[in-house]
Ligand binder design. Structure first.
Ligand code: SER
Length: 877
């Protein structure tokens, strides 16, 4: 039975039994406590916890699931995967144990056709009821195994619903291991289905806190394992889900599967991680150094390491991605839609790591050799640290590579170095931490600051705390840098990309200029600034006044950001998600996930669309509602809200809906103008655009106009439309003139050469040119001397000696033909007396020498000595 058929059969089986078929949710969960979707039940958590009414009492799904705990096992075993598909059926307070077990057994035996005699089950040790259910269903007592909490109690590994569970195992026969049931051997006895009786809620350590309002069912069955049994193959990699991808690994590495145990591990890693990375990226995970991004990065790097081990020297991800999309694209159409994006992210990350991989490996191998030489079985911790820090090798990869060499890694040494690095970072942050501590203390008594800034820009308040130099103080005098906490304030504290407000706070005795406002612990709003005059005291009345024009300019930027976000997604596609932003007075920066550079025409379209929408002058409304409601309306959430939270929604017209705590204009027309000024990359798969807003955008346009006017003026042109052509013409003309000038110069120099050659002296058959070329530098003199030598050489032996007085100094150059050198005359010797005459020395090669000295005025006289010196060297005197 093909995997596609198993998936269909499963879903149809439960659909026929009253279950709503629900699509898989993303690998990026809605649940902020979870790194990645780790079970089919994740998307139903609020129903189990009773936080939300389920829209249907029964559901079934094929869910994309990712488990990080098994990364290092992948490749080494028959069954471990990071990414897999979980088939599951769910009951929200509807049916319970009897139906869940009966249906599972029916599907396994009658649907899949697995022989009843091969079935074993496990149950939670005290769960007699379930033992009874299985017995009634005809499972013999010796194949019902009771196990403890570690094995038969399921929880999400974060706080949430949980409960005892019962698993179905298939005996794969003596070929795979000894008899004795699942307690003994997990290779022979393969778990294919887990039925969880969701009846409790636990904390983040798995401690049961209470009973759930209802008794629920959550089951999960790995499609890959079922396929492995039904397709009668040894391991998950040989099922039709993974075998085609494994074949790609064989092909790109030119290593057949099944020939060498170590190579097989690498091939399996390539296939599994290639598939998993494709799904992760398709769901929006990007490589980074933390969180899910790190999981992805680590896997990609492990994959590349294994490919290199097999001698592959070219990128492997493109083929692995393409095959994954081909195999899985029908079941998960988003893979097709995102294929090119996935390819680009994967290829770029592979390339980045590939570039340092070789150097890292050289270091690794040198370390292994060193360890061998000294008879040590330990790979040094500082080398592991360097591999991590400089070459990007995840420590897990180093451990694995070292293990293959029979070495263990000094992980303590590694951890020490990591800790030291962290300590240095902490040290740097320590100063700031003092103030944080003082604020945390203050927040205990002052509580959250009431924020009034959505409605007003001034307010009467009371000073609850004054911090100066990171410490609480009763009073701060003129000139002190302070942080002030009030009981209520119209000042917006930096959040969600929007900068904090500036303004002034007046107290009976002083005036504080607030430069920035930031969020503090426990909901405090902290005003940062300087006491401009007088003094401020804790406990005083205060009048807080936000800098209104600055705030208005910020509000314009914020609304513009939402409209820009909408425009970007509208024109580039839904994958273009906001990844960060800066909302400042008059300008904004907006980062979003998108792989390639956005061409200029596209940017212009985005800019135009955003401005057209702004000009519609739609109302901007903000209201508070529950997270669930906001999401059901399609609101885009950029931050990790929790179920049950009250959130603020900002709605622009009927097109943009975002969860947002920021301040906005009331109508989009108030933004007036948005102008994109730059677009570029800020990391793999991340683009950044910068824009100016309102009057600032206009100023930018004006600045550009002024620059253009200056260009026109310089060109002597009037019509701006002429400018580009005129500049092109001017540049072409300059080039042409330069060429012509070069020609003229060369002709002039050639004439000069001829003139000098014509006046050459004959010293005993040697043609000698001596000339004074004042003002020329050493390079120019040498150039000329070489030409003269070449020209003189045509006649026979020759020498050119040139001198120049330049900036008070004397320069001399002598160039001799080879046959003159052969008759025993050298250039340094020829220059020697002349160089002395100008107060210096001569040196260089036998055929080319330089001399120089401080007496520029003596050049003429020095040169006069040359003919006599040559005669002398020729032995004539
Ligand atoms: N949540 C359980 C599991 O993941 C059953 O679906 O195994």
């Amino acid at each position: 039975m093909r995997a596609d058929e198993i998936r269909r059969l499963f879903l149809r089986f439960f659909e026929e039994r009253g279950h709503r078929i629900v699509p898989s949710s993303s690998l990026i969960p809605d649940d902020p406590s979870l790194l990645l979707t780790n079970a089919g039940m994740n998307q139903f958590k609020p129903y189990f916890l009773g936080l939300r009414e389920p829209p249907y009492p029964r559901a079934a799904s094929a869910q994309k699931v990712f488990r990080t705990s098994d990364i290092e096992n992948v490749g080494h075993t028959a069954r471990h995967l990071t990414f897999f598909e979980m088939l599951g059926n769910f009951s929200f307070g509807d049916y319970f144990k009897a139906e869940a077990c009966a249906w599972a057994l029916e599907l396994v035996t009658e649907g899949y056709g697995i022989d009843r005699d091969r079935i074993w089950v496990t149950v939670f040790e005290t769960d007699d009821e379930t033992v009874g259910v299985w017995t009634d269903l005809g499972i013999p007592p010796q194949r019902i195994v009771r196990r403890g909490k570690a094995d038969n109690f399921w929880w999400m590994h974060v706080a949430g619903p949980c409960g005892p569970c019962s698993e179905i195992y298939v005996d794969r026969g003596p070929r795979y291991g000894p008899d004795g049931g699942p307690e003994v051997d997990e290779d022979r006895f393969l778990e294919i289905w887990n039925v969880v009786f969701m009846q409790n809620e636990c904390d983040d350590r798995g401690n049961v806190l209470r009973d759930l309002p209802k008794k629920n069912i959550d089951t999960g069955s790995s499609l890959e394992r079922v396929a492995m049994v039904l397709q009668e193959v040894d391991n998950v990699f040989e099922t039709d889900l993974l075998r085609p991808i494994l074949a790609v690994a064989e092909e790109v590495s030119d290593h057949p599967y099944g020939r060498d145990g170590r190579d097989d591990v690498s091939l399996r890693v390539m296939a599994e991680h290639g598939r998993a990375c494709t799904f992760l990226i398709s769901d929006g995970v990007l490589p980074s150094n933390e969180g899910r991004g790190y999981v992805l990065r680590r896997m990609l790097r492990r994959l590349v390491t294994h490919a290199r081990r097999l001698g592959v020297d070219r990128p492997v991800m493109p083929d692995l991605v393409a095959k994954t999309v081909e195999v899985m694209g029908d079941a998960y159409p988003e893979l097709r839609a995102n294929q090119s994006f996935v390819l680009q992210v994967a290829a770029s990350e592979e390339e980045r790591f590939g570039a340092t991989y070789r150097q890292g490996m050289a270091l690794f191998e040198a370390e292994v050799a060193k360890a061998r030489e000294s008879g040590s079985r330990m790979f040094r911790g500082d080398a592991a640290f360097k591999l991590h820090d400089t070459f990007g090798f995840p420590i897990e990869s180093t451990l694995e590579l070292a293990a293959e060499e029979g070495l263990s890694v000094d992980t303590e040494g590694f951890a020490r170095l990591m800790e030291e690095q962290r300590r240095r970072a902490r040290e740097a942050a320590r100063k700031g931490a003092f103030a944080e501590e003082a604020l945390a203390e203050l927040s205990a008594t002052a509580g959250p600051t009431e924020f009034l800034g959505y409605e007003r820009l001034t307010a009467e308040a009371r000073v609850l705390g004054v911090l100066s130099d990171g410490e609480r103080t009763e009073v701060a005098g003129e000139g002190s840098r302070v942080r002030l906490v009030l009981d209520r304030t119209p000042f917006y504290a930096e959040a969600g990309g929007q900068v904090g407000d500036a303004g002034v706070i007046r107290t009976p005795g002083g005036l504080v200029v607030v430069e920035d406002t930031r969020p503090g612990p426990g909901g405090l709003i902290v005003h940062e600034g300087v006491v401009r005059s007088g003094e401020v005291r804790a406990g005083e009345e205060a009048e807080a006044q936000v800098d209104a024009p600055r705030r208005e300019a910020t509000a314009r930027s914020h609304t513009a950001t939402h409209v820009l976000h909408w425009s970007v997604r509208h024109l580039l596609g839904e994958h273009a998600r906001q990844a960060g932003s800066l909302v400042a007075p008059g300008r904004l920066r907006f980062d979003f996930t998108h792989f390639e550079a956005v061409p200029r025409e596209r940017l212009e379209e985005i800019e135009e669309l955003a401005n057209r929408r702004l000009a519609e002058d739609a109302a901007v409304r903000a209201y508070e509602t529950t997270f669930e409601f906001a999401r059901s309306q399609g609101a885009i959430a950029l931050f990790e809200e929790k179920y049950g939270d009250i959130v603020r929604v900002v709605e622009v017209g009927d097109y943009s809906l975002e969860l947002c705590g920021g301040t906005h204009v009331r109508h989009t027309g108030q933004v007036s103008l948005l102008r994109l000024v730059s677009e570029g990359s800020v990391g793999a798969g991340l683009r950044r655009v910068e824009a100016l807003v309102g009057p600032d955008a206009l100023r930018h346009v004006n600045l550009e106009r002024r620059l253009l006017e200056e260009v026109l003026e310089a060109l002597g042109a009037r019509d701006p439309a002429e400018a580009p052509e005129r500049v092109r013409q001017a540049v072409a003309r300059i080039k042409q003139l330069e060429t012509e000038l070069g020609k003229v110069r060369r002709a002039e120099r050639d004439r000069e050469v001829e003139r000098l050659v014509a006046g050459a002296l004959d010293v005993a058959g040697v043609s000698l040119v001596v000339a004074r070329l004042d003002g020329q530098d050493a390079d120019e003199l040498r150039e000329m001397a070489l030409r003269l030598r070449e020209r003189l050489g045509r006649r026979g032996r020759g020498a050119a000696v040139l001198g120049s007085a330049r900036e008070g100094r004397a320069l001399l150059v002598a160039a001799l033909t080879q046959d003159l050198v052969a008759s025993g005359v050298t250039a340094p010797a020829l220059l020697e007396t002349a160089a002395r005459a100008v107060g210096g020395r001569a040196g260089g090669r036998p055929d080319l020498a330089y001399g120089g000295g401080g007496q520029g005025a003596a050049v003429g006289q020095a040169l006069e000595e040359i003919p006599g010196r040559l005669a002398e060297l020729l032995g004539l005197r």
